[in-house]
Design a protein around this ligand. Structure first.
Ligand code: G3P
Ligand code: MG
Length: 389
């Protein structure tokens, strides 16, 4: 956990419960701070991790407060210098590069890959194990996630659309569209034991994907292959299925609900996972073991701490002795707030996304609640710069 060293900020005042100022005239309210503002260019005592959906964006539109918040962090703040921030999302489905350039054009500020973590970015740290093994990659449109996977180093990444193109009888209830067919690769899955299935992003065809996951999980990776012997429990409790190791199953985003462009939150990848496990249990008698990445998992927050630390170093050089205090701003108590609290960060829950204060207290208690990301940023800055008042 990053803590600010008192000595670097001794000259800065602290404003408890300062009423919010309108953006235009926003300046730090604390009297002594006005008389002793922080040194221009001083190393900021804090850094931010921003969730995207429901905090910065609604669908593909910027939430107005987002641009105002980033304006503050890009220099319109007491130090006049950049206050580091990264974006941490459970979204995904395209490459980090593509997503960053899209975010840059939507938000109007340069968002680089060094300040961006999406649900499947962490797979870069485990790709070596699967580089030359046949794996299934699920989610997104057509073969978008295959391209992402290949970009990470997965050399044998196949989609469930490839499976359907290989044998339409695998799932007789969906005919490939022309664009889907064009995205497929020719593979003989009767000779291709799938070693692992990675759910990169929200599946577009839950039924097809659940069917194929059930096939590989029961047959040790061969679609249409012999299902493992022994009773329902035996079939699942032994690692061997038909002499083959059973495939690993990795999910990258646990969100049951997320805030898109519709009034009410939408089902997310977490809903797909629950649906798959319910069907798999109905068929086999027990759920299938899996690995979970994405917020609030510790793995994703540990990975993100490094990204944030490197970003801070990039802007201010090594800060080992006075790491910044980190503020996570999110709209989802289950993923953003729970994860940030467990990471020892301060957490701010905004009311522009999944969480609706009219629905009662949040399932995980944030350090603070704010109506939007701009208010969250101003509150955190006042809190940090005010610590030495
Ligand atoms: O699919 C994305 C969704 O689950 C949430 O995204 O940015 O709010 O973490 P985000
Ligand atoms: Mg969100």
């Amino acid at each position: 956990m990053f803590q600010v060293q008192a000595r670097t900020l001794a000259r800065l005042p602290s404003p408890r419960n300062v009423p919010r100022q309108p953006i235009a005239r926003w300046h730090y309210a604390c009297r002594s701070y006005q008389s002793k503002p922080p040194l221009k260019g001083a190393i900021p005592p804090l850094a931010f991790a921003f969730d995207i959906d429901g905090v910065l964006l609604r669908g593909s539109q910027a939430i107005p407060a987002a641009k105002r918040a980033l304006t503050i962090l890009e220099g319109a703040n007491p130090t006049g210098s950049k206050i580091p921030y990264i974006l941490l999302t459970n979204g995904g489905g395209t490459s980090e590069e593509a997503r960053c350039s899209k975010l840059t054009s939507i938000l109007g500020f340069e968002i680089g890959e060094k300040q961006f973590v999406q649900s499947h970015t962490i797979l870069k740290t485990i790709v070596d194990k699967y580089a030359n093994l046949p794996v299934l990659v699920l989610g997104g449109r057509n073969d978008e996630v295959r391209k992402v996977a290949e970009g990470y180093g997965f050399n044998k990444a196949y989609t469930t659309l490839d499976v359907l193109a290989w044998n339409p009888a695998v799932w007789p209830f969906h005919d490939l569209t022309e664009s889907e067919r064009q995205s497929t690769k020719e593979v003989d899955f009767s000779q291709t034991p799938i070693a692992a299935a990675f759910v990169f992003h929200d599946p577009r065809n839950w039924a097809l994907d659940i069917q194929i996951l059930c096939d590989i999980c029961q047959s040790g990776g061969i679609i249409g292959g012999q299902y493992g012997s022994g009773g329902a429990a035996g079939r699942d409790s032994t690692p061997q299925t038909g002499g083959r190791r059973r495939p690993e199953l990795i999910f990258c985003n646990p969100d049951l609900l997320w805030k898109a462009n519709f009034e009410r939150p939408r089902l997310g990848q977490g809903g797909f996972k629950i649906a798959f496990q319910a069907v798999y249990k109905a068929v086999t008698g027990s759920e299938y073991p899996y690995v979970q990445f994405g917020k609030p998992t510790e793995a994703t927050y540990q990975f993100t701490k490094k990204v944030l630390h490197d970003r801070f170093n990039e802007l201010y050089g090594p800060v080992a002795d006075r790491p910044p205090h980190v503020y996570m701003v999110g709209d989802n108590p289950e993923s953003d707030i729970a994860g940030a609290n467990a990471a020892g960060w301060s957490s701010v829950l905004v009311h522009t996304g999944v969480y609706d204060p009219q629905q009662g207290p949040p399932s995980h208690t944030p350090t603070h609640q704010a109506s939007d990301v701009e208010e969250a940023v101003k509150w955190a800055i006042e809190r940090e710069f005010g610590k030495t008042c």
